[in-house]
Design a binder for this molecule. Structure first.
Ligand code: PMP
Length: 413
């Protein structure tokens, strides 16, 4: 049963049992309506309330205001946002610089490529606007430690890449992935923003799919933050997009539907057009309200953390840091058995990626874990190895149990 397993899957991932129990009851009979939540209209009063609660919970947790930011719920996963940010923000650039757009220019989009997901996002931008309009500010494959060139696993200091940034005026946006789920690297809190925030004209976009709600961040520094729900927030099916209202206003000035501005600015498909989704209150089409409900329940639970003078998110951050430190401490203690892949200074607190040094022993490690209920530890198919995903719903007990196994396994060798 659930109590006997500890699940470390990378996404979809563990969710609080109490949330699943409430959601399960709603799947049969939501709020005593006699109907399942998945049978209800997405435009019913009941669905509106769920959406409203989810929006409010999210803004409250991340300490952002509805006066400055709007929360959108969209389908299509994080991957749809790879395309959506490009379409919308090139359009925004052209609306902001009609003189330059009329001359056939379109600005550049700028990417910090630090792992598999930001690499995919940059590739999508290249497909949509052409390689010549994508400025790869940093390719972290060139910086891997321990001689593993051409692999992700390190992020150099900003001094190495800040000189590659264009001036804000020439930049449609700059993009980074705050936590790389596959490669196990995470930006030190706030670090890219220290550089990117220097130019008020620059719109900063962050993919926080795999570390959202695990630490505080300053929403005011971001133009767009997006995160698929299926790691720290809920089930697969909805993506949360936090967008600055002035960007929405600028985009709306292009018309209520996506405009064709100049030949070199691609027209945004309507399902990705942020103002259209915003104007419809995220209900331009049928949204999976059940997934929004799960997300809202998880966020409500996070908000219920005992008030101890610290916000819910600060408390979650402390817990995430402690759990990650517990695991890295064991891995570091047995350096002869385990090799943590990323460089120490940028190790992810969410996705802990390591190898078992003895050739061929990873299958044995995974099997031994499964036998005692430690599941979901296999590394991503593209890089192999072991990956522990330490998301919010992974309990301290689960982490301690895994730390115990890591220790025993190392001693047994
Ligand atoms: N970005 C990151 C950081 C991710 O971890 C993932 C999925 N694991 C994605 C984007 C893509 O998300 P989706 O599968 O929801 O499209």
């Amino acid at each position: 049963d659930r109590a006997s397993v500890a699940y470390f899957g990378a996404g979809p991932s563990a969710l609080p049992t109490s949330v699943l129990e409430t959601a399960a009851a709603s799947l049969i009979n939501h709020g005593n309506s006699g109907l399942s939540l998945v049978e209800q209209s997405h435009r019913s009063a009941l669905s509106s309330k769920i959406l409203q609660d989810a929006r409010e919970n999210f803004l409250k947790i991340v300490n952002a205001s509805a006066e400055t930011h709007t929360v959108l719920f969209m389908a299509g996963g994080g991957t749809l946002q790879f395309s959506a940010v490009v379409y919308n923000l090139f359009t925004a650039w052209a609306l902001k610089h009609p003189d330059l757009a009329a001359k056939g220019q379109r600005g550049a989009c700028e990417y910090l490529v630090t792992g598999g997901w930001s690499s995919k996002a940059a590739d999508e931008a290249k497909r949509l606007v052409g390689e010549e309009n994508v400025n790869v500010v940093l390719d972290a494959r060139n910086y891997h430690h321990a001689g593993e060139a051409k692999k992700f696993g390190n992020i150099p200091d900003a001094g190495e890449w800040k000189g590659n940034l264009k001036a804000g005026r020439d930049s449609a946006f700059v993009y980074f992935c705050d936590n790389e789920t596959v490669d196990g690297v995470e930006f030190t809190k706030g670090s890219p923003l220290d550089i990117l925030g220097e130019d008020p004209d620059r719109i900063v976009v962050a993919d926080m799919s795999s570390n959202i709600l695990s630490r505080t961040f300053d929403a005011s520094k971001f133009g767009i933050v997006f995160a698929g729900a299926q790691k720290n927030i809920g089930s697969a099916g909805v993506t949360i997009v936090l967008i600055r209202n002035d960007i929405l206003t600028l985009l709306t000035s292009g018309g209520s539907l996506p405009p064709k501005l100049t030949p070199q600015i691609p027209v945004t498909p309507v399902m990705m057009h942020y103002p259209t989704i915003s104007k419809a209150g995220s209900l331009y089409n049928t949204l999976p309200i059940f997934d929004v409900y799960i997300a809202s329940l998880t966020m409500a639970k996070l908000l219920q953390r005992d008030p101890s003078g610290k916000t819910a998110l600060q408390q979650q951050e402390d817990e995430s840091n402690t759990k990650a430190a517990t695991l890295y401490n064991v891995l570091d203690r047995y350096e002869n058995v385990y090799h943590v892949v990323p460089a120490k200074s940028i190790r992810s607190r969410m996705n802990i990626c390591f190898r078992i040094k003895a050739p061929g022993d990873e299958a044995k490690f995974l099997k031994g874990g499964e036998e005692i209920g430690l599941l979901g530890l296999k590394g991503h198919r593209s890089v192999g190895g072991i990956r522990i995903s330490n998301y919010n719903a992974v309990s301290v007990e689960s982490v301690n149990k895994l730390a115990g196994y890591l220790e025993e396994y190392a001693k047994g060798i």
